[in-house]
Design a protein around this ligand. Structure first.
Ligand code: MG
Ligand code: MG
Length: 252
């Protein structure tokens, strides 16, 4: 999994180096297509069946979601502009194992309220990873994540959650960022060997989201901006190991 996750880190470094006003989301995706091709890696998002009836399979190797778009944005002709925040999510399988990571990047200089939600999103992910190594059940981690987000005044997206990951990208159990009504049945023990894609999504306003007519793009209901931060994390006897460490860091 380190190899697959290392390649996902590489994809993020590449995208991050390219993000600037004027580049299109399609150009960012094309760069990752080329990278995965070079490593003979399998892009995990390409061709995923549409959750909306009759919608097209996902056409890209990254999900690129700008501003009020939460997840599953389709890369295309949209040009990024100064002040945007852009969430890039990508996953790849290499040598039979999967990696998955998302990060929300600023485009140039962003407004203070946008920088604040970027900071909070990264902080809630790192909080979750540290709690993952200290707690005995996921519900305790999810409760801490939800409390942190609410204390900052952000909505926690409830329609999408993290997941275990291994030979497949989406494995059981589901990994929510909040404590829902069904948490008692969905809760699980945290023990070495578990590898999770932990991926909080925070909204600037309400937690409700809706899907655009393209069948994929998820946006906040109130069109306030949203952020998405995801690491693939292995729990070992020595504690959590972030397999996608380096995503979000400046290029070397
Ligand atoms: Mg992802
Ligand atoms: Mg994921």
């Amino acid at each position: 999994m380190r190899d697959a996750c290392g390649l996902v880190v590489e994809a993020h470094r590449l995208v991050r180096s390219l993000i600037q006003p004027g580049i299109t989301t399609g150009e960012l995706d094309a760069a990752v297509v080329e990278l995965y091709r070079r490593y003979d890696a399998e892009p995990l998002f390409l061709g995923v069946p549409c959750p909306a009836e009759g919608g097209p399979p996902f056409p890209a190797v990254t999900c690129i979601s700008v501003n009020e778009e939460v997840v599953h944005g389709i890369p295309g002709r949209r040009k990024l502009v100064e002040g945007d925040i852009v969430s890039v999510d990508t996953g790849a399988r290499l040598h039979g194992w999967c990696g998955d990571s998302a990060w929300t990047y600023p485009v140039g200089k962003v407004a203070a309220d946008r920088q604040a939600i970027l900071d909070a999103g990264e902080e809630v992910l790192m909080l979750a990873i540290s709690e993952f190594g200290r707690r005995s059940r996921w519900s305790e981690v999810a409760g801490e994540m939800e409390a942190f987000a609410l204390s900052r005044g952000y909505g926690v997206v409830r329609d999408f959650v993290g997941h275990a990951i291994g030979r497949e990208m989406h494995e059981d159990p589901q990994v929510p960022n909040f404590v829902g009504d069904d948490m008692a049945e969905q809760d699980f023990l945290l023990q070495p060997g578990l590898v999770l894609a932990i991926e909080p999504m925070l909204n600037g306003g309400v937690d409700e989201v809706e899907v655009l007519p393209d069948g994929w793009t998820v946006v906040t209901e109130d069109r306030q901006p949203s952020v998405h931060f995801e690491h693939t994390v292995a729990l070992t006897a020595e504690g959590p190991v972030i397999l996608t460490a380096g995503v979000g860091a400046a290029s070397p």
